[in-house]
Ligand binder design. Structure first.
Ligand code: PMP
Length: 438
């Protein structure tokens, strides 16, 4: 079947590709947020990336703060990662048998992440969280899992559940296709609300297999943990016999080599990883205490497998990224300094104009919330002015700066961003804020 573009002048452009795509893929995309639905307009189709920059098929250049949604700590097409993939690809792209690369990947992860004694590679963050929950249920013999409203852990059925009418009530499905029976095993609480979590535990003593949490929430915009929140989760889980799962798909190797657990000094029982450890190729991982991971097949009875798990191309790319980190441990201080520069610049624009906005930033992660006041959980985040955000987004895009096309996402600074890039970003954000509040 052929697809005719109405206006021949559009052929080969983002607009023409999106028109074709919309006939072929749901919403024209392979993952929803790419479609620009939250901000209006149609997405830019990307031709190539290098460092902190992207070019679309229309030849426009963008300074990129999406960073492939987290994997690109060193920016696009980093030479060491490109070389590692190129040298592996000629040796074969999949074997269905173990390789040295997998051993080196596991050694690097175990060496870096404080709570991980053993690890299993998978192909996405979704797979990692799904498997971690299975391990928690298999190990504890319990069914229920507590998650936080506004936290995202991939698209497995049990996670597509939002807060019901109160913290201690069982969840209801957030998506058609998730059965009420599945949703019933997912309890929800408010992020940063220890009292809420305490109530869930006291309403359902010894029923929770696990509490799963983004130790720094990145999927309702950036919401760091309040002081004591992670420590309280650790204590409540230990006291009840539930396992604590840190979903470090975003934060792993992003805040520090050992992720948020290293940054905050709180150790979970199980950890999920993804993004950076794949160097931009499709990768996830879950790991944790030896006694728990030893229960995974084939050493134990909890089944989990994958045709392309530990794929040699993905391992080569991921290892190249992790070696780059080990070669430059100061990269985190450098990213933090860049984040601080952006924060100072944007905050001073907000203050100067007394705008109802708030910049939240941790290391190289940042979100500009269109709301005055603190953002501690999904209740706060969902009160943002998303219409204003959309105007700001498009004003930035016109100025060649690409941020996440939704209020409820974090942005990513990479090691490839420069001081000049940040200065240009601050001044463009000043103009975009002006346009959004005009
Ligand atoms: N957990 C977290 C914290 C995430 O941010 C994401 C994706 N952004 C996932 C899990 C799911 O990962 P994936 O999209 O690779 O399935």
């Amino acid at each position: 079947m052929s697809h005719h573009v109405q206006d021949p002048q559009l052929a080969g452009t983002s607009a023409a590709l999106f028109e074709r795509a919309a006939q072929l893929m749901p919403g024209g995309v392979n993952s929803p947020v790419r479609a620009f639905r939250a901000v209006g307009g149609s997405p830019r189709f990307i031709d190539r990336g290098a460092g902190a920059r992207l070019w679309d098929v229309d030849g426009r250049e963008y300074l990129d703060y999406i960073g492939a949604w987290g994997p690109l700590l060193f920016g696009h097409a980093h030479p060491a990662i490109v070389a590692a993939v190129a040298s592996q690809v000629g040796r074969g792209t999949a074997y269905g048998a173990p390789t040295r690369l997998e051993v080196e990947m596991a050694e690097t992860i175990v060496r870096s992440v404080p709570s991980i004694d053993m690890v299993r590679m998978v192909n996405s963050g979704t797979e990692a969280t799904m498997a971690a929950v299975r391990v928690a249920r298999g190990a504890t013999g319990r069914d229920a899992v507590l998650k936080f409203a506004g936290c995202y852990h991939g698209h497995a059925d049990g996670f597509l559940v939002k807060a019901g009418s109160g913290a201690a009530t069982f969840g209801t499905p957030d998506s058609p296709g998730v059965t009420p029976a599945t949703a019933r095993d997912t309890l929800t609480a408010h992020y940063n609300d220890v009292e809420d979590v305490r109530q869930v535990f006291s309403a359902h003593p010894r029923r929770l297999a696990a509490v799963i949490v983004e130790p720094v929430a990145g999927n309702m915009g950036l919401v760091p943990p309040a002081p004591g929140f992670l420590e309280a989760l650790r204590e409540l889980c230990t006291a009840d016999g539930a396992l604590l799962i840190f979903d470090e798909v975003i934060t792993g190797f992003r805040l520090a080599p050992g992720g948020a657990q290293q940054h905050y000094g709180v150790l979970p029982d199980l950890t999920t990883l993804g993004k950076i450890i794949g160097g931009g190729l499709p990768v996830g991982a879950y790991g944790g205490r030896r006694d728990l991971m030893a229960r995974v097949s084939p050493s134990g009875p909890i089944y989990q497998a994958g045709t392309l798990s530990g794929n040699p191309l993905a391992m080569a790319a991921g290892l190249a990224a992790l070696r780059q980190i080990e070669a430059e441990p100061r990269v985190y201080a450098r990213l933090d300094a860049m984040g601080a520069e952006l924060e100072t610049g944007i905050t001073s624009v907000i203050r100067r104009r007394s705008l109802p906005c708030r910049l939240v930033r941790l290391g190289s992660l940042w979100t500009l919330f269109f709301r005055d006041g603190e953002v501690r959980d999904w209740r706060d985040a969902s009160a943002c002015d998303t219409a204003r955000f959309a105007r700001y987004f498009h004003a930035l895009l016109e100025r060649g700066i690409l941020v996440a096309p939704s209020q409820f996402e974090t942005n990513f600074i990479s090691a490839a961003h420069t001081a000049a890039d940040l200065a240009r970003t601050v001044s463009a954000i000043g103009e975009a804020l002006e346009a959004a509040h005009a």
